[in-house]
Design a protein around this ligand. Structure first.
Ligand code: ZN
Length: 304
C-alpha cells in the first residue's frame, strides 16, 4: 500500500521562458515535456527532471500569460522544495551559481543535510542538498524533500503515515521529516506553524504535491483508502503521462497520487523529450489555436 515516494511537485510561474532558462541553463535539469495545463490550455505545463524524467525527479510549472506575481507560501501549502545533488558537488555548485550571477546562500540544512539555497525567477526558494550518491556530473539527481507548512502537523502526518505508509524519520513536533524510503523523492518535511498566515496562490507559490503509485492497481487501493478515511477525492483522471487522483489533505495541502506508467516517452523519443509541444488526444483538434495563444518559448541548454 505504501507510496513509492514523491512523483512530482508543481508550482506556478509568471514566465515560462524565465522558468525554462533557470531550470535548464542554471540548475541543469532537463525539460522532459512541454505541454499545457490540461485544465486550462492557455497555460504551459513544463516538466523538468533527470534525463529520462523518472518519477521522483520531477518539478513542474504552470505558466500562462498574465499570471499574477507575488505568490507566497502559507498555512496549508507546500512552501519550498529541495533537490538532491551528488556528494562533494556543493563547492562546485557555489562557484557555478556565482559565475552565472545567481545569488546563492549557505543554507543551515536540516537533519544534518549540507545545502545551498537559491531563489528561482519567481522568488520560490530552491535548496540544493548534498546526497550520499556519487556521480560524474553535478546535475540534480531528483527531489530531496518538499516542505509542507500547516498549523497543526498531527493530521497531516497521520495521512502520510496511515494512508501513504511513510514513516517519521527525524524531527520533533515543529519540524518532522516523513520518509518513503525511496532513492529519490523520499522526504516530506512537515513544518508546524500555528500562527502561519494564509499564503497566496500566484507565481512563485507551489500548487500541489504528487506521490507515486506503482501502477493502476496500487493507485486504486490508495484511492479506496483515502475515501474510506472520510476524505473527498477526485476520480482517476488521464494525465497522458500518468493517471492521477487528487484530494486536499486535512492540513489544506492539495495532494495528487500519480502512477509511474506510462511516462514521458509515450509521445516523444527519449532523445528529443521536451522539444515540441505535446498535447493529449482530446486537445489535438485545437492544436493551432492553443499553440498560437501560448507565450513563445525558446529552448535552452545547460550553461557550462
Ligand atoms: Zn500534478
Amino acid at each position: 500500500m505504501a507510496v513509492a515516494g514523491l512523483h512530482h511537485v508543481t508550482a506556478i510561474s509568471a514566465s515560462a521562458q524565465a522558468t525554462l532558462d533557470f531550470h535548464v541553463r542554471v540548475l541543469g535539469l532537463r525539460l522532459v515535456k512541454r505541454t499545457v495545463n490540461f485544465e486550462d490550455a492557455r497555460a504551459w505545463h513544463l516538466y523538468f527532471g533527470n534525463e529520462g524524467g523518472a518519477p521522483g525527479t520531477l518539478i513542474t510549472f504552470f505558466a500562462a500569460a498574465g499570471t499574477r506575481p507575488g505568490g507566497r507560501g502559507g498555512a496549508g501549502m507546500a512552501t519550498s522544495w529541495a533537490l538532491a545533488v551528488p556528494r562533494d558537488s556543493l563547492d562546485g555548485w557555489k562557484r557555478r551559481l556565482k559565475r552565472l550571477g545567481v545569488p546563492v546562500t549557505e543554507s543551515p540544512g536540516r537533519f544534518g543535510d549540507r545545502a545551498l539555497a537559491v531563489d528561482d525567477p519567481d522568488g520560490l526558494r530552491v535548496e540544493l542538498v548534498e546526497s550520499e550518491t556519487r556521480a560524474a556530473d553535478p546535475w540534480p539527481l531528483g527531489l530531496h524533500a518538499v516542505t509542507l507548512t500547516v498549523t497543526d502537523a498531527g493530521p497531516t502526518v497521520a495521512i502520510l503515515e496511515g494512508l501513504f505508509g511513510m514513516r517519521v524519520a527525524a524531527g520533533d513536533e515543529t519540524l518532522r521529516r516523513v520518509s518513503a524510503g525511496a532513492a529519490v523523492g523520499s522526504h516530506v518535511d512537515v513544518l508546524q506553524a500555528p500562527r502561519a498566515a494564509q499564503g497566496r496562490l500566484a507565481a512563485g507559490a507551489i500548487h500541489h504535491v504528487a506521490f507515486r503509485a506503482r501502477d493502476d492497481e496500487h493507485q486504486a487501493a490508495l484511492l479506496a483508502a483515502v475515501r474510506a478515511s472520510g476524505l473527498t477525492a477526485s476520480d482517476v483522471l488521464d494525465r497522458k503521462y500518468f493517471r492521477s487522483f487528487y484530494f486536499r489533505e486535512r492540513g489544506g495541502v492539495l495532494f495528487e497520487v500519480a502512477t509511474d506508467p506510462p511516462g514521458f516517452a509515450v509521445d516523444e523519443n527519449a532523445e528529443t523529450l521536451g522539444e515540441t509541444l505535446c498535447l493529449p488526444p482530446w486537445l489535438e483538434g485545437e492544436r493551432a489555436a492553443i499553440a498560437a495563444a501560448l507565450p513563445p518559448l525558446r529552448g535552452a541548454a545547460r550553461a557550462m
